[in-house]
Design a binder for this molecule. Sequence first.
Ligand code: MF3
Ligand code: CO
Ligand code: CO
Length: 262
Amino acid sequence: MSIVRKTPEQIARMRTAGRLAAEVLEMIAPHVKPGVSTGELDRLCHEHIVDVQHAVPAPLGYGGGDGRPPFPKSICTSINHVVCHGIPSETKTLKKGDIVNLDITVIKDGWHGDTSAMFCVGEVNPFAQRLVKVTQECLYKAIALVRPGVRLGEIGHVIQQHAEANRFSVVRDYCGHGIGEGFHEEPQVLHYGRPGTGIVLEEGMTFTIEPMINAGTFQTRLLPDGWTVVTRDHKLSAQWEHTLAVTATGCEVLTARKDETF
Ligand code: MF3
Ligand code: CO
Ligand code: CO
């Protein structure tokens, strides 16, 4: 397999899918409050994607095989020490002080948009707030580097530098990915690395950057449900994600929200 570069027409379709994914995060934000269940957040997002956007929630029924079930819900909800791929549930209720990642992927006219954000539930302690902020800064510093000619190792390096300068660690077991008609395409986008390594970016490439940054060790464990990934030491983890297209001079953030500038 190889990296598929998209035409301007294809990127226009991804812009639509990306905007819809961003709009789901904007829609759900006011609902992320103490007392709400992640099952309820999933239901609200599912109904918005299907009934309002006339799009498809990509996680629902995704993956599986090798004894692992397909993902059973429409979004991922990852609370506190959950790194990624948390499964929404009626019995998982958000409480004051939680940090939670909501990861949204929509398919519109066959094209994917994938984005996630952290939410602080009620008042959150300063350490957790700092983890959330530094993780978003990691994503933004990486986005600022993206342009033709840059190698992916430089992207990973800037993320690792910023995380480790703040005494946090970078998850190694999961990474960003090419995206388009496929949910997970080549290349793999590592969130750690060295300048001078990795593939050279070219105009028309589309991929996600989605750093997972841990308060303690970078090691993870997969729960028996086959999906939920947690930190081995059960310390906090945070993640932010955008879908990008490489342009002639830089990049376009296809999943930018209204309050974001790049
Ligand atoms: N949205 C995740 C990503 O950023 C993938 C979720 S796969 C699922 O790549 F099956 F867990 F939904
Ligand atoms: Co992704
Ligand atoms: Co995602």
